[in-house]
Write a protein of this length. Sequence first.
Length: 367
Amino acid sequence: MSNATFHSLKVASVVPETADAVCLSFDVPSNLEDIFAFQAGQYLTLRAVIDDAPVTRAYSICASPSSGRLTVAIKRVNNGVFSNFANKHLHSGMTLDVMAPQGNFGLPSIQASDTNYLFIAAGSGITPIMSMLTAALEADPSTRATLLYGNQRSASIMFRQQLSFLKNQYLQRFNWINILSRESQDAPLLNGRIDNQKGAELSRKVLDLQGFDGFFLCGPESMISEVSRGLRDSGIPEDKIKYELFGSSAEDAAERVAKHHARAEAFSGKMCDVTLVNDGRASQVRIAADGENLLDAGLNLGLDLPFACKGGVCSTCKALLVEGEVEMDIQRGLTTDEIARGMILTCQAHPITERVHVDFDKRWSGG
């Protein structure tokens, strides 16, 4: 069965986490337990019919794999169709369409003893970090972890109670640093935003960056970009820095526009014959090289293709490029290894050769 298949799951509970966020847990029937087994850091793709239209979004799992719970946290955003629906209207007993867990953001598959991790999160970026942090501390009694967590105000801190519990449970192994940007704290060091200036202050006074074995970042792209660059400038090897992006940036939007104009000049009038394979069925569609992306072309054809953010971030729509060439507007949602294996983000991919063959069924194997 394809990982891109939706399954109907009953909502077990909807619990307020903050004034504008809820934790949503699902009942997983016994025949689907293997399908919905997950690794810390992965996400779920949810689908619901809202105002007579299907809406699909991806949300990170916030529970640890050992908890026996399948839970995501959904923070309400301005004009967010799904997030407002979840916060205002979802309740236990309702049913949502849910894909099997996906995503490559996570802890090493083999965790060495006496490992020391630094987790850096901003806002709702704490959701996958919460799962990873708990799993790391549970896995080995010698593992140590520090969480650098940025929010606007104390009232907006998600998982505050759970983090306090972890702090008490792992008193000698877990260090939790809260940074608030719109609420004053007694220590000036803890006021402001998580950026390179704040990182430099913290590294001088409380953090030994060279003493960490792995760095895990999650939050807005502006924070990820600046902090990861700062870590590299501090001598941290690239392979020690892992991150998950939440949302695409204005810079990405500008890059997409620029590439569209470049394609319009280079490939004006060129048509491409595209084959899309999903769930064992091949469909053909003819697409202009300077026109729509592969995902939209397939959806307009009536195909039930996997997708969520459509911003090149979540990687739900990834597929294997079997034949031909495509140009991607952005590819941040793919790892270096996935790119090397021929994976593409269909929401960002435009065909530029006469024939293009894309296989969604091979999105996990790469061949």
